[in-house]
Design a protein around this ligand. Structure first.
Ligand code: KDG
Length: 320
């Protein structure tokens, strides 16, 4: 078997994020700043910045926001040869309201009929997917539209046929589908994955589990050998194929906007798995990367390079 050309290939919709420049309800926000976002694009950018060879499969509009997404991916040397340029549909957009109702951020989507949601199975080249060591997608791709759902499933099947490891993040978005609609689809996707990510919040929303251990056990029961449950400010737990459970605390941070932190966490775990970091190192670094993203506006700008991560990790241990 030939060496995979990519450590990681992700598939999913990129979107322009318009993040409120001031905190509070959107109706009183006078200005926004634009960032490249979208879960699987965030993972691609994060993993590339951490040193992996990454490709991104997607579809963007022939508009300025499409240019923004491509520029963000290419700046990190993410391969965009499989990003289709739609002729007529706009690139999807979402607004982020920050620091309102419990200090949380919330995303308001303008994505119906977007270019990214119209990526289809016919756009997926199985030979390209076969060049990945790990293929990654998430529940957002399964929920956003029938076309994107079919594209994600086609790519997952191509990855399986080629012997690539399949990674799946539950990424439940209640604005895209209900828990009842999502549950069987997510369970099928988890059954077809080797590596699975689920936040405790998502596990509670979809399966009503009481705690992180129950979430881990439940997700593992669907089939994936490697399961990671992230618990926000409570840190994360991870179980590998050897069954050993690893825990990490979160790193205290001044939260500016947590949007994208889960994707950054996921990118760091996938980097650790690809580079054979010890399990404890992988999980601690992933928690650190997630906390670094929380301190910065934008989904992926706060993800460090490997050099910055190592430096920050050393300082964090010293000051803990
Ligand atoms: O994880 C961050 C994503 O939620 C954000 O970038 C937007 O992809 C997005 C989505 O569908 O929610």
């Amino acid at each position: 078997m030939t060496e995979p050309a990519f450590d990681l290939i992700t598939l999913g919709e990129g979107m322009a994020q318009l993040s409120a420049q001031t905190t509070g309800p959107l109706r009183h926000v006078p200005g926004y700043e634009a960032h490249a976002a979208g879960s699987e694009l965030n993972v691609a950018i994060g993993a590339a910045r951490l040193g992996l060879r990454v490709g991104w499969i997607s579809r963007v509009g022939a508009d300025g926001f499409g240019d923004l997404l491509l520029a963000a991916a290419r700046a990190e040397l993410v391969d965009t040869s499989q990003v289709v340029r739609g002729e007529d549909e706009p690139t999807g957009v979402f607004f982020v309201q920050r620091g309102y109702s419990d200090g949380q951020s919330s995303s308001i989507y303008y994505r119906a009929g977007s270019a990214g949601s119209l990526l289809s199975a016919a756009d997926v080249d199985p030979d390209y997917v076969a060049r990945a060591a790990i293929f990654h997608t998430s529940g957002i791709s399964l929920a956003a539209s029938p076309e994107l759902n079919a594209a994600a499933l086609a790519a997952t099947a191509a990855a399986a046929a080629a012997g690539a490891r399949r990674s799946f993040d539950v990424n439940f978005r209640a604005k895209l589908w209900s828990a009842d609609d999502a549950r069987p689809v997510l369970e099928r996707a988890l059954a077809g994955s080797e590596i699975a990510f689920c936040s405790l919040a998502d596990a509670r929303a979809v399966w009503e589990v009481p705690d992180a251990e129950a979430a881990l056990e439940l997700v593992a029961s669907f089939g994936p050998a490697h399961v990671v449950v992230s618990c926000g400010a409570e840190g994360a737990i991870m179980a590998g194929p050897d069954g050993a459970l690893v825990r990490s605390a979160a790193f205290p941070t001044q939260v500016v906007d947590p949007t994208g932190a889960g994707d950054a966490f996921c990118a760091a775990v996938l980097t650790g798995l690809s580079r054979d970091w010890p399990a404890e190192t992988t999980l601690q670094r992933a928690c650190l990367v997630g906390s670094m993203v929380c301190g910065v506006v934008g989904d992926n700008e706060g993800i460090p390079s490997l050099h910055d991560l190592e430096l920050t990790a050393t300082n964090s241990w010293v000051h803990r």
